[in-house]
Write a protein that binds this ligand. Structure first.
Ligand SMILES: [Mg+2]
Length: 338
């Protein structure tokens, strides 16, 4: 599988520069690289001549211009914030308040696939120290349960986060949850078992089962979050800057915490640029219980120099200004706005 992402570089009047990343994921958001490149000049022009210290106002304007392309908002916001912090000489997480600056472990994703292959993959990650597997489920309940049992048997003392990516009907999800409870499988969280718009389905599942539920596709905006909170539909919200932008993700996090919901943070297929910005929210805002920041580990290459580092499942905080990163490679093509 190939990711077709776009890197953004912003230069401020004082010479400070910053990087961002657009990581459109057609299957989830309907965005693609061509669409992002079409909207990008429009969105970038919106920022020209304005002060980056007004980044909340800029984010609001970008939301209007790039409503259907949150990856564009994410890329531009990240680059502006990186530049702002480089100019100030503080790491990006410092701008958010440095609430929880320590190393933390991420889960690692296990795709749906043949049982032997998935167990082998799980064992390889287990040997590198990973203890939380995010298992993709949602095709066949029986198969999913068999894979969970096999992974847990092969990798003792691991915990599971399930993600069905909307794959189940309510009845199937319910059957899956009953089986997990019956077999005492170590499932910490069940992410997006059902369709994104089915808020009442979440309510029903939550009433019947004991496994905490998370919304991912169901929460792309503050309005989505409010709807889920009002209906008491989920236990945890999974934030992604690529689906909501940076500032709106922070607003969703604030809403979740004020309402007593748990926080998860994840990403699309992205490098350490977008993921570094997500990691900054964990370090700066605090209160995240579930980290799904493994994607750069699954890429065949790393286009970035510097920045935060991985050590097995552990993400390390960084001390350099902004995201603390430089681009390693020359871009394959360049669009200049300004
Ligand atoms: Mg998900």
């Amino acid at each position: 599988m190939e990711a077709h992402n776009v890197f953004v570089r912003v230069t401020l009047r004082n010479g400070a520069y910053g990087f961002g990343e657009m990581a459109p994921f057609p299957d989830i958001s309907g965005e693609d690289q061509a669409g992002c490149l079409r909207v990008f000049p429009l969105a970038a022009r919106e920022c020209l001549g304005q002060s980056v210290t007004h980044f909340r106002k800029l984010a609001q304007q970008l939301r209007e211009v790039a409503r259907q392309t949150p990856a564009v908002r994410c890329g531009l916001e990240t680059a502006l914030l990186d530049a702002l912090c480089r100019g100030m000489g503080i790491p990006l997480w410092g701008l958010w308040g440095g609430a929880d600056v320590r190393r933390q472990e991420t889960d690692v994703t296990l795709p749906i696939g043949p049982l032997d292959q998935i167990v082998g993959t799980a064992q390889a990650w287990f040997a590198k120290g990973f203890r939380v597997f995010k298992m993709k489920v949602g095709l066949e309940v029986d198969e999913d349960i068999r894979r969970m049992e096999a992974v847990c048997a092969a990798c003792p003392d691991t915990k599971l986060v399930l993600d069905a990516n909307q794959g189940f009907l309510v009845e199937q999800a319910s059957e899956c949850i009953r089986a997990i409870e019956r077999l005492h499988l170590p499932v910490m969280l069940f992410e997006q078992p059902i369709a994104r718009e089915d808020v009442e389905g979440f309510v029903a599942l939550r009433r019947k089962g004991t496994i905490p539920l998370a919304a991912d596709e169901s929460v792309r905006s503050v309005e989505d979050a409010r709807r889920l909170i009002e209906r008491n539909a989920v236990d945890v919200l999974n934030l992604k800057i690529t689906k909501s932008g940076v500032v709106e993700s922070m607003d969703i996090a604030g809403l979740a915490r004020a309402s007593g919901l748990g926080l998860m943070i994840g990403g699309m297929v992205e490098s350490r640029v977008a993921m570094g910005c997500s990691w900054s929210l964990v370090l700066g805002l605090g209160g995240f219980q579930f980290l799904d920041l493994d994607m750069p580990l699954l890429l065949s290459g790393d286009p970035i120099q510097g920045g935060y580092q991985y050590e097995g499942p552990v993400l390390h905080p960084w001390e350099e200004s902004g995201l603390g990163m430089e681009m390693r490679d020359e871009p394959s093509s360049v669009i200049v706005v300004g």
